[in-house]
Structures are given as structure tokens and as C-alpha cells.
Write a protein that binds this ligand. Structure first.
Ligand code: ADP
Ligand code: MG
Length: 396
């Protein structure tokens, strides 16, 4: 399934006011951007628009403002400065979003100019997709571009709102994200190995279900593995478990078996006597987890087993760490899986906030084929859901 919506390539932007929703929801420390991944990801579309003589008006949310007015600590100014630094462009900023000051800044733009508006969420009506918000934003543009993949699953005022009033198309990041995350499930090069970890089965049900429909092998790790162990009648000690999901986990194992999908679960585990940074790992096989221990990471035999499966893959999709990677003592399994993917020449697609953080921590990001910039949005796509922001765009 290719991308089925119009993009900036399909419209005339010369001399036009192009209102673009980007995802500049970057982490800040003392007013400085500490991870510029999302700003970098927006540059190709911004550059294209500038080179095609558009008047570029950028908007985004950042953090979680209360919505009752400006909060200096959540200003988009640092993101605007970061964009200027990364591109060398003169990037204007206006500390207003919906008022006369913002309108005046837009009116003063010349072709090729770039303006960043203040945080769209300083007004709580934005999240509610209030029509007044949408109309005000739409009045700034002749066309609307959505490039904020990270919020494309939210039907909010700056994401879907302007599409009701302006011709609306996708930017390059949105196009690439949607195309990548849908086409691997539609037509993966096989064998297709999917790896799912993280803490809870309950938060990944849709993802697991969809993967059982398309993958050849499904590798399960992280805290969720223990609920699968329970479904197999094993004991898991103090490991993370979701009693209410044991039956559902069992059904998934059965469905996989019926479909001929191979499921790999940990054969050994790094367990500890408490959950903490200072906890000392002990390795136990999966059939011998002591009652007073909890599983914190996959074990060394499991690392080998998973690495072998990854080596044989043509396509790998990965979401969710194999253990509590935030603690160095329990990051080993996640790192081993990340390295196995990095060493393989498969097409590798990574989604999920914590998984991406883990890969960055190990310095392996540039070894992956595609790292999604959207946590929630990428999971919804993997579940086979349509994203409201994408739905609102013009069909190609
Ligand atoms: P992602 O953000 O990549 O989708 P999740 O949010 O689903 O991933 O899961 C990440 C979290 O799962 C991490 O904070 C990690 O510490 C936790 N986790 C992984 N394995 C375990 C485990 N065995 N016990 C408890 N928590 C775990
Ligand atoms: Mg997470």
C-alpha cells in the first residue's frame, strides 16, 4: 500500500502562504533543545518549501501546557533557534499563536521566509479541535501541510482543523512514515521477524494481533513475556504480570500456532530480588524462576536464540525493549537485540518511544533502515488503524 494522499509535490506553493503543522515537541533543558531528532526530521519539507518560494508558517505543540496562556518554559523559541542553527536559515519567531501579533507576523512574510508561531497548546481549545482555533490558523495560510507524524493520530485543532478550510497535503516526513509503516505489513520481504517487548501485554494487544497476521516469526521479550509464561502454566515469581490478560495471551499463542507463525519466548532470564538500579542480575531458566525473584531482562541463551532468528530475517520490525534497559544491569538483552539487528542486512523498522531511546543510548540509530519519529502514531498504524490527520488530507 503506497501513500494515497497528495503531498507538497502535488501543489503549487510558489509565493503562497504555506501553513505547516510540524512536530517540534522536543525535550528541553534550561531552554535548550536536548534532542533535535524531531527538528531534523522536519527539515526536508521546510527546505523544499523555501526553495520553491513559499512563505512558510510553522506551528507545533511542545510539552503539556495548561492551556490558559503563555508558559515561558514551554515556548517554541528554542525549537525555532535550533531550526535556524541546523539549516543556516533566518528563522523568524513570534510569541503569539492566535492573536493580532501572529497575524501581523504572517502578513509581513516574503516568499522564502520562515516563521515559527508560539506553542499551539497555550490555548486549551486547540486540543478540543475548536472551530475558532481552526479558522484562525487557516486564515494564516493558502494551503495546509501536515508533516507532524507524531501527532497525526490526534484529531486536534492544529492537526486536522485547517484541513476543513484549506487544500491540505502531506509533507515528506509524514509520507515516508506512513508509507514505511504500512508497506512492510502489506508486502514484507520474508522471512519477516517481528520483535515485541515492553512492560505490558495490555498496551500492545492490537500490535501483537496485527503482527501475528503478517510476521513469520514473532519474538516476545520484556515484562510482557511473563504473562505469556502464565498462559503456558509456568510460574513467574514476582515478575510483572497481568492476570486479566493471561487468557488473551493464551489465545494469541493458539492463533499463532494455527497460522504457522513461530513464537519465540525467553528460555532464560536475568532476574533480581528487587526492582532497582542497584539490583544484581542472576540468570535462571524460564522454567525455574524462584518465587522471590522478578524477571528484569532476557538471559544470555535467549539473546543467542533471538540473534539467530534476526540473522535469518529479510525484514525486522521492533517495538518494545527486552528488559528494564534504563538500568545498566538489565540493558544487556535490549542491546543484544539492537546489535543483532544492526549487524544484519535486513530492512529494519523501529517504532516506540522507549525502543528508540534504547537504540539511541547504544549509538546504533544510523544502523537501522527506519526509526519512526512517532510513538503512539506508529503503533496505531501498526495496529492497522487510520490516522485522523492523514484521513483529512486530499486524496492523490
Ligand atoms: P515502547 O515505548 O518502545 O513502545 P513500552 O513503553 O511498551 O516500549 O515499554 C518500555 C518499558 O518497559 C521500559 O520502561 C522498560 O523498563 C519496561 N520493561 C521492559 N522489560 C521489563 C520487565 N521485565 N519488567 C518491568 N518492566 C519492563
Ligand atoms: Mg513507551
Amino acid at each position: 500500500m503506497a501513500f494515497t494522499k497528495k503531498t507538497v509535490r502535488d501543489i503549487d506553493v510558489d509565493g503562497k502562504r504555506v501553513l505547516m503543522r510540524v512536530d517540534f515537541n522536543v525535550p528541553l533543558k534550561d531552554g535548550v533543545v536536548t534532542d533535535d531528532t524531531r527538528v531534523r526530521a522536519a527539515i526536508p519539507t521546510i527546505q523544499y518549501l523555501k526553495e520553491h518560494n513559499a512563505k512558510v508558517i510553522l506551528m507545533s505543540h511542545l510539552g503539556r501546557p495548561k492551556g490558559d496562556g503563555p508558559e515561558p518554559a514551554l515556548s517554541l523559541k528554542p525549537a525555532a533557534d535550533k531550526l535556524a542553527e541546523l539549516t543556516g536559515y533566518d528563522v523568524k519567531f513570534v510569541d503569539d499563536t492566535y492573536g493580532e501579533k501572529a497575524a501581523a507576523a504572517v502578513a509581513a512574510l516574503e516568499p522564502g521566509d520562515i516563521l515559527v508561531l508560539e506553542n499551539v497548546r497555550f490555548d486549551k481549545r486547540e486540543k478540543k479541535n475548536d472551530p475558532e482555533i481552526a479558522k484562525t490558523l487557516a486564515s494564516y495560510g493558502d494551503v495546509f501541510v501536515l508533516d507532524a507524524f507524531g501527532t497525526a493520530h490526534r484529531a486536534q485543532g492544529s492537526v486536522v482543523g485547517p484541513a476543513a478550510y484549506l487544500p491540505a497535503v502531506a509533507g515528506f516526513l509524514l509520507e515516508k512514515e506512513v508509507d514505511t509503516l504500512t508497506s512492510i505489513f502489506a508486502e514484507p520481504e520474508r522471512p519477516f521477524v517481528a520483535i515485541v517487548g515492553g512492560s505490558k501485554v495490555s498496551s500492545k494487544i492490537g500490535v501483537l494481533d496485527h503482527l501475528i497476521d503478517s510476521a513469520d516469526t514473532l519474538i516476545i521479550g520484556g515484562g510482557m513475556a511473563y504473562t505469556f509464561f502464565l498462559a503456558q502454566g509456568m510460574s513467574v515469581g514476582n515478575s510483572l504480570k497481568e492476570e486479566d490478560w493471561v487468557e488473551r495471551a493464551g489465545e494469541m499463542l493458539k492463533k499463532a500456532e494455527e497460522k504457522g507463525v513461530k513464537i519465540l519466548l525467553p528460555v532464560d532470564n536475568r532476574v533480581a530480588d528487587h526492582f532497582g538500579e542497584d539490583a544484581v542480575p542472576e540468570v535462571v531458566t524460564s522454567d525455574a524462576i524462584p518465587d522471590d525473584r522478578e524477571g528484569m531482562d532476557i538471559g544470555p541463551e535467549t539473546e543467542k536464540l533471538y540473534a539467530e532468528a534476526i540473522q535469518g530475517a529479510k525484514t525486522v520490525f521492533w517495538n518494545g525493549p527486552m528488559g528494564v534497559f534504563e538500568f545498566d544491569n538489565f540493558a544487556h538483552g535490549t542491546e543484544a537485540v539492537a546489535r543483532a539487528i544492526a549487524d544484519s542486512d535486513c530492512t529494519s523498522i523501529i517504532g516506540g518511544g522507549d525502543s528508540v531511546a534504547a537504540i539511541n543510548k547504544f549509538g546504533l540509530a544510523d544502523k537501522m533502515s527506519w526509526i519512526s519519529t512517532g510513538g503512539g502514531a506508529s503503533m496505531e498504524l501498526v495496529e492497522g488503524k487510520a490516522l485522523p490527520g492523514v484521513e483529512a488530507l486530499l486524496d492523490a
